[in-house]
Design a protein around this ligand. Sequence first.
Ligand SMILES: Nc1ncnc2c1ncn2[C@@H]1O[C@H](COP(=O)(O)OP(=O)(O)OP(=O)(O)O)[C@@H](O)[C@H]1O
Ligand SMILES: [Mg+2]
Length: 245
Amino acid sequence: MLTVEKLSVKAGERLILDEVSLTIPAGETHILMGPNGSGKSTLLRVIMGLGDLEVVSGRIIFQGRDVTKLPIDERARLGIGLAMQHSPSLPEVTLKGLAQVLGDRYKNDWRSLATALNCDYLLERGLNDRFSGGESKRAELLQLLIQRPQLLLVDEPESGVDLVNIAVVGKALHQLLKQGKIKDREHSGLVITHTGHILNYLNADQGYVMINGKLVCEGNPRDLFEEISKHGFEGCVACAECKRR
Ligand SMILES: Nc1ncnc2c1ncn2[C@@H]1O[C@H](COP(=O)(O)OP(=O)(O)OP(=O)(O)O)[C@@H](O)[C@H]1O
Ligand SMILES: [Mg+2]
């Protein structure tokens, strides 16, 4: 589904990602962890094609096609979708207006998704216009799930979300990414988490740790999360088991 090959990325004069490589086979969900400022969101944003980043070297291959230089709208049409960590505020556009447009475009029942994500009471409001942190997250996921992209890039879906709504968000993501045998799953995911809560809802196949713009560690996501919870990120750098070393 997705191959990232030795991708190095600059923002302004600063190198943010340093020769990052990973492969997500069709139907798999991979998890990205790492300290604040290590480059996780930048990786998701550059795969989506957001404009403020410069690819210095390396390639992004999606479903066999080199998308490294494609504009964001073409990537979206091909089936890449991003739920951002910090989504912009668009007070003039109601959540309902956007959900309707997306629902028509992608032939998807946006109303039941809005209900499932506990977004009904937000529909008449301007997008992210003074939404709380958890409301923004759910509205962002609503837009992503209506599009049903082949590849879901999800940046900290549970951060700032209360425990009840984490279950709401987790179940909605689970529905699309599906548990069960990989061959029965239609969508792939790359999901960033700090808290690990989302691991309770996803059948995550692989985990990575990013430090200073490099993927330093990979393995079973639950094992990695447990290791980080106990010993911090130091263990990831020193871990002798890791395939990346
Ligand atoms: N457009 C930009 N211009 C300048 N610096 C940037 C830009 N985008 C990202 N950065 C910097 O790149 C680094 C990595 O940022 P990024 O948002 O990818 O981190 P992160 O791993 O997602 O962190 P967090 O866990 O806090 O969300 C940070 O130091 C950030 O300030
Ligand atoms: Mg981030």
